[in-house]
Structures are given as C-alpha cells and as structure tokens.
Design a protein around this ligand. Structure first.
Ligand SMILES: [Zn+2]
Length: 237
C-alpha cells in the first residue's frame, strides 16, 4: 500500500476522534450552565416567596395598629354614652359606635386573612427551601462531575492533537493541504472506504470498475469523482 495512503487513513481516525472530543468539550460548558440555571431558578422562587411573606407581615402589623386605633375609638364612644344629655345626642353616638363596630370587625377579618396567608406562605417557603437545598446539593455534585469530564476530555484532546501533529508531518505539505481541504468541506471525512459494494463510503455514489481496480491495489491515491474524498479499499469481513 502507498505509505501516504496508510498515513491518511490513520490521520482520518485521529481527526474523527478530535471532532467527537471537540463536540464533547463544547457541550459540557452548556450542561454546566443548565445545572447552574436550575439552582438559580429554585433560589428565585424562594426569594419571591420570602418577599411576599415580608409584605404580608408588614400589612399585618399595619392592620394590627388600625385595630388598636379602632378599639380605642370604640371605648371612647362608649364612654360618651354616659355623658350625653339628650336622646338625640344619645342615638347619634349609638350610630357612631355601630359604624366603629363594623370597621372593627372588617379590620379583624383582614387580620385573620393576613394571618392565614402568612401560614400558607410559611409552608410554601419551607417547601421551596427544601427544594432549593436539594437542587443545590445535586447541582454541586453534577457540576463537579461535569467539570471533571471536561478536564478529561481536554486532556485527551491535547493528547490526540499531539499525535495528529506528529503524524501529519509524515505527509508532503501539498497532500496534507488537499486532505484537510476535503476534510473541512466534507463534514469531517477526508478519506472514505470503498468495499465490495463498489460505492464511495462518503457519498454513496458508485465508483467506476476501472477505478475500483486502482483502489484495490492501493498503490496510488485516488479521489471519488463525485465528492472529491480520498478513497481506500476496505475488505468486507
Ligand atoms: Zn464520494
């Protein structure tokens, strides 16, 4: 076999591995981003619930103050019942007290509603906290594993690239350039196998019988007339 043909086949094997490792190396940082985003999402949910709880607490304190005011107003009104001189004044104070009573019961209802809301929010916060903790722990583990995978891939990539550089030096510059051009133009496959089926392993177009003889002998470099890839003979097992 033409020694350059052997080198091209080996170079292609390395280029295929490099492409797969490159794809892994590009995918892993995106996985890490997704892991971090999931943790942040849980944090955001928790923060939003806590903000709602803060607001509910402030509203509750304000309503409790309103209740104190209205309670004092009622006591004052009731005391005035003993001071009024006429029936007309008496019934006017009674009407006033009735209004105050209604205001008081409205405020009490609002306080009750806010207390219920506070309890619901506390339960939701406990749940969101546990979800956040779980996600954070899982996220830390997943991220560490992903970073380790990335380091492994990068180490392997450096190794294969080194091997490839050494091997590439065995080829004449022009031939290496031709191969790399086809590799780039043809989806990472610069040299394709041809087997007994007689088609190009890259583009599946039939090879002329005469060319097949040449490829079988392996003594010269042959290109696919359709896709331009280098071709080599592969015995079907
Ligand atoms: Zn082809």
């Amino acid at each position: 076999m033409d020694p350059h043909l052997r080198t091209l086949i080996d170079l292609q094997a390395l280029d295929t591995r490099i492409a797969a490792l490159d794809a892994d190396a590009a995918r892993i940082p995106k996985q890490i981003e997704a892991i971090q985003a999931a943790v942040q999402e849980a944090r955001k949910t928790l923060d939003a619930l806590k903000a709602r709880q803060d607001t509910a607490r402030k509203d509750l304190r304000a309503k409790e103050k309103d209740l104190e005011v209205v309670t004092a107003k009622r006591a004052k009104g009731e005391a005035r019942l003993y001071e009024v001189k006429t029936n007309k004044e008496y019934s006017a104070v009674l009407t006033e007290i009735e209004d105050i009573k209604q205001e008081k019961s409205r405020t009490e209802e609002e306080i009750l509603g806010l207390m219920e809301l506070g309890e619901r929010l506390s339960a939701d916060i406990r749940e969101a906290e546990s979800r956040h903790t779980t996600r954070e722990e899982q996220g830390t583990q997943d991220e560490a594993a992903a970073r380790q995978r990335l380091a492994t891939v990068e180490r392997e990539l450096a190794g294969v690239r080194g091997e490839r550089a050494t091997l590439a030096r065995e080829l004449p510059k022009g031939l290496l350039g031709d191969y790399e051009r086809v590799l780039k133009a043809r989806a990472g496959l610069g040299i394709a196998p041809v087997n007994a089926a007689g088609v190009c392993g890259g583009c599946r177009v039939a090879i002329r019988p005469q060319a097949i003889q040449e490829i079988r002998s392996g003594t010269a470099l042959t290109h696919c007339e359709s896709c331009g890839r280098f071709l080599y003979w592969q015995d079907t097992a």
